[in-house]
Design a protein around this ligand. Structure first.
Ligand code: HAM
Length: 415
């Protein structure tokens, strides 16, 4: 049998239903925050990512030469595309932009827990606002996206940091600017490396950097951000942690990553401020401050499966999204035309209705109705011209003249 490529997923109905429920929840939460949806192309010129994403992602590009000889890449992330789009269209919309997008992204990574070669990312970005209120708004949104799945501050934490804190420190120790990105990457990896290896890589700044990593740093900017989140009752979800630097090249200020408290999973989400990216993409023509984050579906899916309250919430969302209203049980084949006529009118009226395409045992039809979560069955049999309606949750039965069916359903269940 042919299998999907390594790191790619088939979405069979149950996992597709879970994916759709996740997306619906993401969309609804973003709309509560006044964000509007946008999208861009899945394939971009390779150059866009080579220039903008930084070496970590460039090593993982899914790229090829197209039939027109162009060097192209399946997007590994959405931020460079967003910067390109905004640099071109910034005059057409009122600022600040609060934009979100659900993008499938592709990275040629080694397949492992929490990491695949394709994943979906919810991207939320605020463009055209340099104030710390934009960071607070986005972090609150990231928290509410998790609270929508009943995660609490006991299970998840947003680790807050600031790249500017580190660049100020490096400048103060006279480290030349061309070494900053290498040193930031050493700090980024320090949590996963032995201390003496990190110290050796840091060289002359090892002392002051390790002092901060061991808890000796203070950032007023981040303390104010925590206060802004306290105002919203969300301070317990965040923690200042200067060891976060993030692997992407374009961040310029506050950066953050969301993790499970137990430390079992990889990052659920990550983001930060990137005030120079749009200017760089437009050769300085458009300068627009920006801040944003992305949340991936893979790690979040693993977390939902591991936390009972989240799992229950997901089951409920899936059921609500796909349950049938009615299942028509055809008990006598000579009633099939009557049932099909009513089936059509019920569907036209907006109800979700299914029925057996071919003759099927009555007991089996009831089983199917239960399996699809139908609220009620309508039985077409000896009772015609009346129809027997059975509410599946209560087992209550009601005999209704078929011409009264619509009024009854309309009255009892409003859409
Ligand atoms: P990122 O940290 O590279 O940020 O990715 C964001 C999230 O996407 C990660 O926290 C993780 O949950 C998920 N993710 C990334 N790679 C994979 C993978 N191979 N398999 C499964 N999940 C994955 C960005 O992409 C930035 N562009 C975010 C951003 C938006 N910054 C500003 N605006």
């Amino acid at each position: 049998m042919m299998q999907p490529l390594p790191g790619f997923r088939d979405f069979l109905p149950p996992s597709c239903a879970a994916r759709n429920a996740l997306f619906a929840c993401w969309r609804e939460t973003c709309r509560r925050y006044g964000f509007v949806e946008w999208d861009g192309p899945i394939l971009e010129p390779t150059e866009l990512f080579q220039k903008k994403s930084g070496p970590e992602i460039v090593a993982q590009l899914f790229n090829f030469t197209d039939k027109g000889g162009r060097e192209v890449t399946l997007r590994p992330e959405l931020t460079p595309t967003l910067a390109r789009v905004v640099a071109t269209h910034e005059r057409e919309f009122r600022k600040p932009f609060k934009w979100f997008s659900i993008a499938q992204c592709f990275r040629y990574e080694k397949q492992q827990r929490g990491r695949l070669r394709e994943h979906f990312q919810l991207n939320c970005d605020i463009l055209g606002d340099a104030s710390p209120a934009a960071e607070a708004e986005l972090i609150a949104l990231a928290i509410d996206l998790l609270r929508a799945f009943r995660f609490t501050e006991k299970e998840v934490v947003v680790r807050l940091s600031d790249r500017e804190f580190w660049t100020d420190l490096l400048r103060a120790h006279s480290v030349p600017e061309e070494r900053w990105s290498d040193l930031l990457s050493v700090i980024d990896k320090s949590e996963r490396e032995p201390r003496d290896k990190t110290a050796a890589q840091l060289g002359s700044v090892a002392g002051p950097v390790l002092e901060v990593l061991d808890g000796g740093g203070r950032s007023e900017k981040l303390e104010q951000l925590v206060d802004a989140l306290r105002l919203r009752g969300l301070a317990d979800f965040v923690k200042i942690d200067l060891s976060i630097v993030r692997g992407l090249a374009y961040y310029t200020g506050v950066v953050f990553e969301v993790f499970d408290r137990s430390g079992t999973f990889r990052a659920i989400a990550g983001g930060g401020r990137y005030d120079n990216l749009i200017g760089q993409l437009s050769d300085g023509a458009v300068g627009l401050p920006a801040v944003g984050f992305a949340m991936g579906d893979v790690v979040l899916g693993e977390m939902i499966a591991a936390v009972p309250a989240a799992r229950e919430r997901m089951t409920k969302l899936v059921l609500n999204a796909q349950a049938l209203d009615l299942y028509l049980v055809i008990a006598k084949e000579e009633r099939r035309p009557d049932a099909v006529r009513q089936l059509q009118s019920l569907r036209e009226a907006g109800w979700r209705v299914d029925y057996p395409l071919t003759p099927t045992k009555v007991g089996k039809q009831f089983q199917i109705a239960e399996a699809f979560g139908a609220k009620a069955t309508l039985l077409y049999g000896d009772e015609w011209p009346s129809v027997k309606m059975k509410t599946l949750a209560t087992r209550e039965e009601l005999l209704l003249p078929n011409e009264d069916l619509f009024t009854h359903i309309q009255r009892t269940w409003s859409h």
